[in-house]
Design a protein around this ligand. Structure first.
Ligand SMILES: Nc1ncnc2c1ncn2[C@@H]1O[C@H](COP(=O)(O)OP(=O)(O)OP(=O)(O)O)[C@@H](O)[C@H]1O
Ligand code: SF4
Ligand SMILES: [Mg+2]
Length: 325
């Protein structure tokens, strides 16, 4: 197998929240806990879990917008912690980020040409002005926008079109990996599928890898080769996309799947309703991170953290009773 584009090993991120002056103790939010995974060339990996589980923090650590508390990130086998100067700049070019909100992520004072060509200029990819303009027109067409939009401003476009411009800006610099952080959740459902299909096409045309972050498992299923399910900073299940649905091995994943509405079915029929809410993310977790909401919980779950077990090749679950899910 080829070398992964990105490998994260035992990544942790604790955010300090407040100090307990009485006991001279600091308190932390455990945003990411011991997360490890690999993304191979031309692979789309979905990262799914409810709001606040740590998805964005992982993405931000990969692009060095956030410093890990512990753990390492490897780019094609090299530890990115040591990257400085030119090497860091080259890394930043190869790993691109698309944000959720296409309204605030594009500079409103710049025309489309300047937005897309910025990377080409900054990274000295094309120095000649005429050639750069040709290239930008070509990229616009690639993302399904007419080249005569070059001199328009972001406010003149719809949400879907703006997200196409964000995608154009990232592919212009020929990345290896695009981290798409909830790229369609601000868009109408009818537009979402178009943007997802565009990402799929570009992935094949440009040999890209994608880390697709979303709280919506139904969306993630459409685009991902492999899916990582996160809960309160932990990966609780990781599997090839089809296997996650066919051989679900974690109660949390099961609850997420049962929440996907099926046309023609009673909205609550067969649904697993989660107890409680995702709140307690500070302090020690002794046993399983999902214990207080799990409908299968037993005594051992309170005491011992479940270790990852591979039940079928490539399919790992962090549940003591994975076989019974
Ligand atoms: N800079 C920060 N300072 C303090 N806490 C933070 C910071 N950034 C994130 N957090 C906390 O870390 C946890 C994980 O946040 P993160 O944004 O990674 O979650 P997420 O899965 O992306 O959520 P969403 O689906 O809402 O985008 C949350 O509890 C969040 O409040
Ligand atoms: S280890 Fe226990 S609490 Fe955790 S998911 Fe499995 S059954 Fe539920
Ligand atoms: Mg997020």
């Amino acid at each position: 197998m080829s070398i992964p584009i990105i490998e994260v090993k035992k990544l942790k991120k604790y955010f300090p929240v407040r100090a307990n002056i009485l006991f001279m103790q600091k308190e932390y939010i455990r945003a990411v806990e011991n997360v490890s995974f690999k993304i191979y060339p031309q692979e789309t990996v979905g990262l799914v879990g409810e709001s606040g589980c740590g998805k964005t923090t992982i993405g931000r650590m990969i692009v060095h917008l956030e410093q890990p508390t512990r753990g390492d990130i490897y780019y094609t086998g090299e530890n990115t912690r040591r990257f400085r100067g030119k090497q860091l700049k080259a890394y930043r070019k190869k790993i691109q980020y698309i944000f959720q909100d296409p309204y605030s992520s594009l500079n409103p004072r710049k025309i489309v040409y300047n937005i897309i060509s910025m990377g080409l200029r900054n990274f000295h990819i094309i120095k000649d002005n005429r050639k750069r303009k040709e290239k930008v027109s070509e990229i616009l067409e690639q993302v399904g926008l007419p080249p005569d939009y070059l001199f328009n401003y972001p406010h003149e476009f719809s949400g879907g079109q703006r997200q196409r411009i964000s995608i154009a800006r990232t592919i212009a610099v020929k990345p290896d990996l695009i981290i798409c952080d909830e790229p369609v959740s601000a868009l109408d459902v009818s537009i979402q599928a178009q943007v997802i299909n565009l990402l799929k096409e570009l992935k094949n045309e440009l040999y890209l890898s994608i880390l697709f972050i979303s709280h919506d498992l139904a969306l993630v299923k459409h685009i991902s080769d492999r899916i990582l399910v996160m809960y309160r900073g932990y990966i609780v299940e990781s599997a090839p996309s089809a296997s996650l649905f066919e051989n679900t091995s974690h109660p949390y994943t099961k609850a997420l799947i049962s929440a996907i509405p099926e046309p023609g079915l009673d909205a609550h029929k067969g649904r697993i309703i989660l107890k409680g809410d995702v709140t307690a993310v500070t302090g020690e977790i002794k046993g399983c991170c999902f214990e207080d909401r799990c409908y299968m919980s037993r005594d051992i779950c309170k005491r011992e953290p479940p270790l990852g077990r591979q039940l079928i090749p490539g399919h790992v679950s962090y549940c003591h009773f994975a076989e019974k899910v």
